[in-house]
Design a protein around this ligand. Structure first.
Ligand code: F6P
Length: 255
């Protein structure tokens, strides 16, 4: 209630919730493609939502990207949720250090006065290295925490934008283009029907794991991401969306 009043986007939120069949939608004013402060508003809305629903001793898995970095930027002590543990959802996925899940995790934990556990794995991984890395005791321990996370917070990106940002090989890029990938989340590329076109092989949360998680929060805004958001939610296993006015309006036009 409190957040709806503040954002004043009740109707927009309700429409999106119905169309995408989600449990909760929060819309903040503006267009994050145009202004960085809108991304900070997305971050703030996410932190406020966490403050309402997080409980003590819970584990929160986070992905990378600039939207997640904005959540970390806005994080502050979560009085109701003591001793929370922040973990990266998956490997680095080719992001710059400041936008990697590990970095974001440390900042969130520090500001929320919680704990963190990190994952050090190169990615993408060959099948052979993948098998030996997941057998390592330290990685195994971190992976158990990650896959049992109570809450997952993640970004959604436009498929081609993400493939380029990650300096994806020509071969994989071709696969992504040929497969008509529209969106990307967790290292998975999805087409307009939400089918997986390509998956970056790395350790951490796999798409299947999300079905067992009660609270999966997507944070993604900007008019340019509307198609990606629609594509992800076709088969997406997230139940909460935090977005901005520009993405929301464009999304409702499309559906
Ligand atoms: O690479 C991590 C990631 O969360 C991707 O899964 C997602 O597509 C992207 O970042 C979103 O990045 P941004 O918030 O910068 O648009």
């Amino acid at each position: 209630h409190f957040m709806n009043e503040v954002s004043g986007f009740n109707l927009l939120e309700q429409h999106l919730k119905d169309k995408l069949q989600l449990d909760h939608v929060i819309v903040v004013p503006g267009n994050s493609d145009e202004h960085d402060w809108v991304k900070q508003e997305l971050g703030k809305a996410c932190v406020n939502y966490l403050k309402l629903m997080l409980q003590s001793n819970q584990t929160i898995a986070v992905t990378g990207g600039t939207s997640m970095a904005a959540v970390a930027e806005m994080m502050h002590p979560l009085e109701k949720a003591r001793d929370c543990m922040f973990v990266p959802a998956r490997g680095g996925l080719g992001e710059r250090v400041e936008n990697q899940a590990n970095t974001i995790c440390v900042e969130m934990a520090r500001k929320a006065k919680g704990q963190y556990r990190l994952l050090y794995v190169p990615d993408p991984l060959s099948e052979e290295s993948y098998q030996s890395i997941i057998g390592e005791p330290s990685v195994k321990e971190a992976l158990e925490l990650i896959r049992d996370a109570d809450v997952v917070i993640h970004g959604i990106g436009d498929a081609l934008t993400m493939a380029k940002r990650r300096k994806t090989s020509e071969e994989v890029l071709e696969k992504i283009v040929q497969g008509n990938a529209i969106s990307e989340a967790f290292g998975y590329y999805f087409d307009s029907e939400g089918q997986v076109v390509h998956k970056v092989r790395t350790v951490g949360i796999q798409l299947e794991d999300l079905s067992d998680t009660n609270c999966v929060i997507a944070v993604a805004g900007g008019e340019s991401k509307a198609k990606a958001i629609t594509s992800y939610f076709k088969e997406g296993k997230s139940n909460v969306l935090i977005t901005d006015e520009a993405a929301a309006n464009e999304l409702l036009r499309e559906i």
